[in-house]
Write a protein that binds this ligand. Structure first.
Ligand code: FAD
Length: 469
């Protein structure tokens, strides 16, 4: 069989290579280090962890990332096997000895009889005689390849920075304070005239919020990120506040065209708007609120906004160097580029975020590509009720382009329960008592995890039958 060519031996590329080879298909893995480095990598090891050494929570009963760990272990993930073997104490989190972990991944791939590792940079689109390719070159894809991808996808659909506004779980917003309404009740294509959630601030609350922004602890840019282009309406809110205390009231916090039904006679001094972020309607993003404030500071400050006192964040705001595709538009349901299906993408470049998520999407890409090579073209993607499926759905189809969201509204995301189809979950405990507050939320998470693992096993049994035979 002709091999699958995988470009990039990071978290995604390593897992993709392993899964494809374990399915019985030969792989050539092209990694540019040590000949060419990136601004963040320090070694020539495969699957190098460029920053923290944590894979986050390992709790598969109430955490979405722990659930993803569990599903990956069930797929025989190389990344999870090596992480488990090189674990260091970290409470409920899975943290690893980064050198031991990377060395184990590198050794396992080098020893696999179906995998050849080539140390070379791919500087343009892969040659046409590579029939099956997975591009897993990550957030720091080398410039010549990034330029070639941009030429293929178009300028607007390959971003080099993410400018992320915080995303809030819809069911944590207090709708006795906030309300649904579009500015001037305007209904754009597909809109109802009541598409936004609005949170009102009076003058004192606004002034206190601006003070908090100006005083707040910010994450500095890394040296190589310092040339961050503040363009595209992506100015961080704290930079806007520095330009003048009223600037936000004339930008993302403007109060015009909106009437508070809870208090119709009093005009709000400023309003924060949240816009639906996924098709399920479980997540809403804070419009125009990209920020470099430190995470703890964001939580503290944003919870001072009326209606968001109990807000749970699916992700916090940020601004980073990050190469990623507008995947919902460009990729099909099995991660192939629609305009050139021989090219698949995997890892952070597809718009997932995090070591584990990148590896999980790499694993799926490897399995999809292998199934195709084995003549099983119809290998189905995992159902969206699983952590793998929820993440895949975020990348390839779950995101919505709302009225004025613009071409770049798709932003990378960690796996979280807001990406799963909702499930009511139990309302009473075993003693028949009504569940409330945190106990209710935990019961719901347990139900989501239980459904996910059972659906994942069902999918795995069907999807890999052909490969196993
Ligand atoms: P990578 O792991 O970066 O792998 C891509 C590989 O492709 C690299 O080995 C690179 O050398 C190679 N490559 C690039 N271009 C070419 C080419 N043209 N030819 C051949 N090879 C090429 N996530 C977390 O969960 N925790 C963190 O603490 C964390 N910190 C981060 C810090 C920084 C500075 C950055 C940029 C990202 C961070 N992330 C973090 C996000 C993300 O999880 C990691 O970047 C993750 O490594 C992404 O996996 P990947 O496989 O998609 O890319």
């Amino acid at each position: 069989k002709a091999p699958i060519h995988i470009v990039g031996g990071g978290l995604a590329g390593s897992e993709a290579a392993w899964q494809a080879a374990q399915a019985g298909v030969p792989v050539v893995l092209h990694e540019m280090r040590p000949h060419r480095g990136t601004e963040a990598h320090r070694t020539d090891g495969l699957a190098e962890l460029v920053c923290s050494n944590s894979f986050r929570s390992d709790d598969a009963e109430t955490s979405a990332i722990g659930l993803l760990h569990a599903e990956m272990r069930r797929l025989g993930s190389l990344i999870m096997t090596c992480a488990d073997a090189h674990q260091v104490p970290a409470g409920g989190a899975l943290a690893v000895d980064r050198e031991g972990f990377s060395a184990a991944v590198t050794a396992a791939l080098a020893a696999h009889p179906l995998i050849e590792v080539r140390r070379e940079e791919i500087t343009g689109l892969p040659p046409v005689d590579w029939e099956s390719v997975i591009l897993a070159t990550g957030p720091l894809t080398s410039p010549p390849l990034a330029e070639a991808i941009k030429a293929l996808t178009g300028e607007a659909d390959l971003a080099f920075f993410d400018a992320i506004a915080p995303i809030v779980h819809r069911d944590s917003i207090d709708m006795d304070v906030a309300w649904f309404q579009s500015r001037y009740d305007k209904a754009g294509p597909g809109g109802s005239g009541a598409d936004y959630i609005n949170c009102p601030l009076d003058r004192d609350q606004y002034e206190a919020f601006i003070d908090g922004l100006l005083a707040g602890d910010k994450t500095p840019f890394k040296d190589w990120e310092a040339a961050t282009p503040y363009f595209d309406g992506c100015l961080p809110i704290e930079v806007m506040a520095e330009r003048g205390r009223q600037t936000l009231r004339h930008g993302p916090m403007k109060p015009f065209g909106l009437t508070n039904p809870h208090n119709p006679t009093v005009k709000a001094y400023a309003i924060v708007q949240l816009r639906q972020d996924n098709k399920l309607g479980t997540l809403f993003n804070m419009v125009g609120f990209q920020t470099k404030l430190k995470h703890a500071e964001q939580i503290r400050l944003f919870r001072t906004i009326p209606g968001l006192e109990g807000a749970e964040f699916a992700r916090l705001g940020g601004l980073h160097r990050n190469t990623f595709l507008n995947s919902p538009k460009l990729l099909d349901g099995v991660l192939r580029l629609k305009v050139d299906p021989r090219l698949r993408f995997a890892g952070q470049i597809t718009g997932c975020e995090g070591y584990v998520e990148s590896a999980a999407i790499g694993g799926l890409a490897g399995r999809f590509a292998a199934a195709e090579r084995l003549g099983d073209a119809a290998a189905p993607p995992p159902p969206p009720t699983t952590a793998h499926g929820a993440l895949l759905n975020h990348i390839t189809g779950g995101h919505i382009e709302t009225i004025d969201a613009g071409p770049r509204s798709f932003q990378p995301m960690n796996v979280n329960f807001g990406l799963f189809p909702p499930l009511a979950g139990p309302t009473r405990n075993e003693q028949g008592e009504r569940l409330r507050g945190p106990a209710k939320s935990i019961a719901k998470k347990r139900a989501l995890c239980g459904r996910a693992l059972s659906d994942f096993d069902g999918w795995r049994a069907g999807a890999f039958k052909a490969a196993a035979e």
